[in-house]
Write a new protein. Structure first.
Length: 426
């Protein structure tokens, strides 16, 4: 498929895009506004640097890089785009009005070309692998320097790109610099036709996670408020539909040996909060909802983490963490946040989105791969019963995070080099 064919198909499918937005809006209030931004129908100021992330995870990884750029070059103007309400909320929380912010329009020719003309960036930094054919085409046509930062590319994704070389090759060759996370991913980009001179192995920005001391204190205080200082507590973060019941089944098995154990279950998407609550009560477990400030008392068995922006703190209140999206074929989410909080981590077999990071943690002894609810429960019971085993795994998690820091400086230098090419800085 060529970009021309892709553009025509996308235009023809635009009614379905509207229907998709309406469906999301029906399920989640966060999708009920700002539709004009999705189609490039907003007034924007010209900016020096455009930075695009996708959702909350990518945005959190981008924030330290953006802050570093803003501090180093206060004379530059920035536009930060996301595609999800959760990512948007993190941008507003981190930057307020100090950056121009909107949703990135859909990759429809007219929408994205109008957006690029308005913003007219000299440099565009795209986080991870959020590559869109028309975005890159019109940015390049605008003489915008293009950087793919914190880039990751699983073998599964590489195979998909390979099947559509008519689309993927022009995108990859348009990139002026690719700050890739690992050597394996660098090789995959090169095999797809990316310019090897543009490839730089930098590690993941997510290793440079900085946890404020207040997070640890909040977590400690929260657990004390629950009167669970000695009781086993585990957290299941970024859990998807299809995994709710598996988490609850595992917890029931834990409760057989530890009746005072607590599960903190945090669904990945806000529109699934109520579904998770219903699943919990249907399983006959006593539930408290964080969003409703319901107290965790002696008989509480599950705390539903149905708030945004608190997952890191909730991990800190737990002894062990499970990362969702891995017991179903979703590819999983970032295991580094609980690892950085000093927790043993577990994932399911479908963790290809973070394969290299998962392998590092597993090889060090900080992470365990489980295949089902029974294996998850057995792993939890082992860690709860053996303090030495738990502490060794926790230390291994922290060591991996500590040993792999430094990606922020490397990626900053790559972005800075591209800024010099734009002559925005000397």
């Amino acid at each position: 498929m060529t970009r021309g064919v892709y553009s025509v198909l996308l235009l023809l499918l635009s009614p379905l895009i509207v229907a998709y937005l309406a469906f999301r809006a029906f399920k989640s209030p966060d999708y009920r506004g700002r539709w004009g931004e999705r189609f490039g129908l907003m007034r924007l100021k010209q900016t020096d640097v455009l930075i695009h992330s996708v959702s909350m995870g990518e945005t959190l990884a981008a924030i330290p890089l953006i802050k570093r750029l803003m501090k180093q070059y206060p004379q530059l103007s920035f536009t930060v785009t996301t595609t999800s309400p959760t990512g948007s909320a993190e941008v507003k929380k981190a930057f307020g009005d100090s950056v121009q912010h909107c949703y990135l329009p859909f990759d429809i020719n007219l929408c994205i070309s109008r957006f690029i003309k308005q913003v007219n960036p000299q440099l565009c930094v795209i986080m991870e692998t959020e590559l869109w054919p028309n975005l890159l085409h019109f940015a390049k046509k605008n003489n915008t320097r293009l950087v793919l930062a914190n880039a990751r590319l699983s073998q599964k994704s590489a195979d998909k790109y390979h099947k559509q070389m008519g689309l993927s090759l022009p995108m990859l060759t348009a990139l002026d610099a690719i700050a890739v996370q690992t050597e394996a991913e660098s090789a995959r980009f090169a095999a797809l036709g990316a310019n090897t001179q543009s490839l730089h192995v930098c590690g993941s920005l997510k290793f440079d996670i900085q946890i404020d001391d207040s997070k640890y204190q909040q977590a400690k205080t929260l657990r004390a408020d629950w009167n669970r200082s000695q009781a086993p507590v585990w957290a299941a973060g970024s859990v998807h539909p299809g995994e709710f019941d598996m988490m609850l089944q595992a917890h029931k098995k834990v409760l057989e040996q530890y009746p005072d154990a607590l599960l903190i279950m945090a669904p990945r998407h806000p529109e699934q909060f109520n579904v998770a609550a219903v699943s919990t009560t249907q399983q006959g477990l006593n539930l408290a909802r964080r969003s409703m400030n319901e107290a965790v008392v002696q008989h509480t068995q599950v705390l539903l983490g149905d708030t945004m922006g608190e997952l890191l703190m909730l991990y800190g209140a737990a002894d062990v963490a499970f990362i969702g999206g891995t017991l179903i074929e979703s590819g999983g989410h970032n295991p580094l946040e609980p690892a950085a909080m000093g927790l043993p981590v577990s994932v399911g077999p479908h963790h290809w989105n973070f394969a290299e990071i998962t392998n590092l943690l597993e090889q060090a002894g900080g992470l365990t791969v489980v295949n089902n609810a029974d294996e998850l429960a057995d792993m939890l019971l082992q860690l709860f019963a053996n303090a030495e085993l738990h502490d060794n795994a926790a230390k291994a998690s922290l060591a991996v995070v500590s040993q792999n820091r430094g990606a922020l400086q490397k990626q900053f230098e790559i972005v800075e080099q591209q800024l010099r090419f734009t002559q925005l800085i000397s």
